[in-house]
Write a protein that binds this ligand. Structure first.
Ligand code: FES
Ligand SMILES: [Fe+2]
Length: 417
């Protein structure tokens, strides 16, 4: 983040504290239709038009670091394989043999000179997916190898994180992310390692789970500890970024910033957390606030100078979502041998906060499905949720969505960097 952005965010937070209502002219939101969370119709629209066009994270570059290394990825509901080719590039193919449809590779991770299906040993090239060997080829009449290569999808890398997209015409990832790669370059993504991953399955629609991380309105109500909450939502500033992405910076509450020796909520310093390896380029504002980014549709990250989690939301069915949170950090230990106590303690603390969110979400789907639920009114400080829903509709294609299920496209004038 450059100093101009930090100065702008500081001014925005001062404004948020001082305002007595939404800014002059800010639009009134209509209720979000409940059926967006509950109907088969909307679920099918997302399944058919949103997920097959979305950039989603599949792993890290070091999950396949040498030519021939591969890992599988199933979270989009279609079996995929990410493989590093002989030219050292990562590519993503459908993990479906073009003979009789067996998975080409079966291990979650591995190394192969050629991608050989175990059923009848059809083999595919690690670099371009071309069909290179067919046992008893003479018995196939008119087999055209060129037509039987492994179909490839898009695979782009941002600072060490590997993303895939089934839409071969998709906007390149870094373009899709707008200003985010530049603003997050200070995290030194390429130097980080995966610390640990946690997973939880929650019985509600994936958007219910994502929305819980798009506002801090709920924070002091469900995340209190000893009668105090760590953040002050009244000063939170929301950045609506292109393509449904967004940013949120929230000041620490009085007790929290005083504990850090800060005089005021914006007395930002180069504060380092003892015991952890510091990412020295992370700016003081990020160190002394809660700063988070959302990459549409299903990745949210509360960033920090001593490592941070990526939280991802994977729909299993209309009312079931798997949430993963994976911590990345600069490390001086090998996490496969277990975590040292300071990391264990940190994970436990983060898991506790996630647990509070899950406990809150778990009964929500049934409650949303009640005839008592009229619609979801959204307030100004929840506007990232509205912005997110607008992008859901744009990805699906607004014309495909019945009028009563749409959200009005209202936020364009508020989208910036
Ligand atoms: S199904 Fe793969 S070789 Fe026959
Ligand atoms: Fe929360």
């Amino acid at each position: 983040m450059d100093q101009n952005l930090i100065d702008r965010l500081r001014a925005e937070m001062h404004y948020e504290y001082s305002r007595t209502g939404p800014p002059e002219g800010f639009p009134a939101f209509h209720d979000i239709a409940i059926e967006r969370y509950t109907s088969d119709e909307f679920w099918e629209l997302e399944r058919t038009h949103l997920w097959p066009r979305a950039w989603v994270i599949a792993g890290r570059v070091e999950d396949a670091s040498a030519p021939g290394d591969y890992f599988t990825f199933d979270d989009l509901g279609v079996p995929l394989i990410i493989v590093r080719g002989a030219d050292n590039e990562l590519r993503c193919f459908y993990n479906t043999c073009q003979h009789r449809g067996a998975p080409v590779v079966r291990d979650e991770r591995g190394h192969a000179r050629t991608l050989r299906c175990q059923y009848h040993s059809w083999s595919y090239d690690i670099t371009d997916g071309s069909l290179t060997a067919v046992p008893d080829e003479r018995d196939f009449v008119g087999l055209n190898r060129a037509e039987r290569c492994l179909p490839q999808i898009r695979c782009d890398v941002w600072d060490g994180w590997v993303f895939v997209n089934q839409d071969t015409n998709a906007t390149p990832l870094l373009e899709w992310m707008g200003p985010i790669p530049e603003q997050l370059a200070e995290l030194q993504g390429p130097t980080l390692q995966t610390v640990a991953r946690r997973t939880e399955v929650v019985p509600c629609n994936w958007k219910v789970t994502a929305e819980a991380f798009l506002e801090v309105y709920h924070f002091r109500h469900i995340h209190q500890k000893d009668g105090d909450s760590h953040l002050d939502n009244r000063g939170a500033t929301m950045g609506l970024l292109p393509n449904g992405c967004s940013r949120m910076v929230t000041p620490f509450s009085g007790s929290s910033y005083k504990n850090l020796g800060m005089e005021t909520w914006d007395d930002w310093k180069h504060w380092e957390v003892p015991g952890f390896i510091d990412i020295p380029t992370v700016n003081p504002m990020v160190r002394c606030t809660s700063s988070a980014y959302s990459i549409f549709p299903n990745l949210i990250t509360p960033i920090a100078a001593y490592g941070f989690p990526f939280i991802t939301f994977w729909p299993i069915d209309k009312t079931t979502t798997r949430i993963d949170w994976t911590h990345y950090a600069p490390l001086d230990f090998d996490p496969s041998n277990g975590l040292p106590p300071h990391w264990e303690a940190r994970m436990e603390n983060f898991d506790r906060i996630m647990g509070e969110d899950f406990e809150n979400m778990a009964p929500m789907q049934r409650s949303l499905e009640s005839p008592a639920m009229r619609g979801v009114p959204i307030n100004y400080q929840e506007r990232r949720i509205w912005h997110f829903h607008e992008e859901v509709d744009r990805m699906i294609g607004i014309d495909r969505i019945p009028e009563h299920l749409r959200v009005e496209q209202l936020m364009a004038p508020y989208v910036g960097d």
